[in-house]
Design a protein around this ligand. Structure first.
Ligand code: PLP
Length: 362
């Protein structure tokens, strides 16, 4: 393989499109005649402003983001959003959350510090292996928003269709599925995603928020940095932003645009995931852990049923050039994260490896 790179199935930070890495390499010492690397530039310079403006516009084009939504680049990762969401959106001090895995659980625990949190549905009873039926949720009138994690990275579950919110604002953590398929932005009040899963380097979140949800006055103790209004009023440059992440994400947005946009991504991602799920469904040794209709296209957890054998597979796979297949420490087993940048050949090669392992060790 070119550059001796491996197939990297990491859940995040994760594999990047090679053409993007090559462009960054070529611009490292001198960004487009500026005489500087992007990481050496003032965020107030015209050249960086253009990088940020293009990144936002390309994302707007890709997702067809309506004009009444702001696009914000915020530091602190998705984890900071677990607090920023309730701090900014709880007007009545009440929100509904759906508990579908480790990340929504963390968001629930954080939100409880700021108001009344109603867990209106949960899949904890079967180890977060499915998305509960949310077609008839009982949502109190005073609820400020309904919160979901749309793709649970650790448990590998995705919402097959959005919950019924009865007109309440929907907030979604899309970290591990952002830009993996078309998204109807107007169905949501707020979408956010840590970019190190499916887009770029760690350390930044993209938040897409409907303008009327940006409040003028919050509790005066809320740090300025944690108010969406601060970021919205200052074009995400109230302070020094994560310039490098904005630059690299901008490259990925352009790459996605020229390779067919989100419709093409969905088609590719569906085909890729199918290769792996078809194998798991036919294997005697390996088995997927998620109900069919809730299976993620991005994170595929699977097990042999024997922790010792799981570890042996992970080690043998690493030696063969398929790395980061160990499941999250909280659930064990194996997990293949097959984000946008994982080529179909990578998934096919992994399946061949697993098939051979099963034949030799079955
Ligand atoms: C990784 C992840 C997070 C946490 O992201 P950080 O950037 O590390 O804070 C939150 N939600 C989901 C769905 C994730 O996959």
């Amino acid at each position: 393989m070119k550059y001796d790179r491996i197939y990297n199935f990491s859940a995040g930070p994760a594999t990047m499109p090679e053409p993007v890495l090559e462009e960054i390499r070529d611009e490292m010492m001198n960004y487009q005649g500026s005489g500087m690397c992007v990481m050496e530039m003032s965020h107030r310079s015209n050249v960086f402003q253009q990088i940020a403006d293009e990144a936002e516009q390309d994302l707007r084009d890709l997702m067809r983001i309506p004009d009444n939504y702001k696009v914000l680049f915020i530091q602190g990762g998705a984890t900071l959003q677990f607090a920023m969401v309730p701090m900014n959106l709880m007007k009545n001090g009440a929100a509904c959350y759906v508990e579908t895995g480790a990340w929504s659980k963390k968001a629930i625990d954080e939100a409880k510090k700021y108001g009344d949190v109603h867990v209106v549905a949960s899949s904890k009873d079967r180890g977060y292996s499915y998305i509960p039926d949310c077609s008839g949720l009982d949502i109190p009138d005073e609820t400020d928003y309904v919160y979901i994690c749309e793709n649970e990275t650790i448990h590998g579950v995705t919402w097959p269709k959005l919950p019924q919110t009865n007109g309440h604002v929907l907030v979604s953590d899309q970290s591990s599925m952002f830009l993996s398929r078309p998204c109807s932005v107007s169905d949501y009040g707020l979408i956010y995603a840590g970019v190190q899963k499916n887009v770029g380097p760690a350390g930044m979140v993209v938040a897409i928020i409907r303008e009327d949800l940006i409040r003028d006055s919050l509790d005066p103790k809320v740090p300025l940095y944690l108010s969406y209004k601060t970021h919205a009023d200052n074009g995400s440059m109230y302070n020094t932003p994560n310039c490098w992440a904005i630059y690299v994400c901008g490259k990925v947005f352009k790459y996605l645009k020229r390779t067919g946009g989100l419709e093409a991504m969905e088609k590719r991602n569906t085909e890729k995931a199918q290769i792996l799920y078809d194998f798991l469904d036919s294997s005697k040794m390996f088995k997927g852990t998620v109900d069919r209709e809730s299976r993620s296209l991005m994170n595929v957890p699977f097990v042999t049923g024997d922790a010792g054998l799981d570890a042996k597979v992970v080690a043998a796979a690493k030696a063969a050039g398929y790395d980061n297949l160990k499941g999250h420490k909280s659930v064990g087993g194996l997990r293949a994260s097959i984000y946008n940048a994982m080529p179909k050949e990578g998934v096919a090669a992994l399946v061949e490896f697993l098939r051979k392992f099963e034949a030799e060790n079955g």
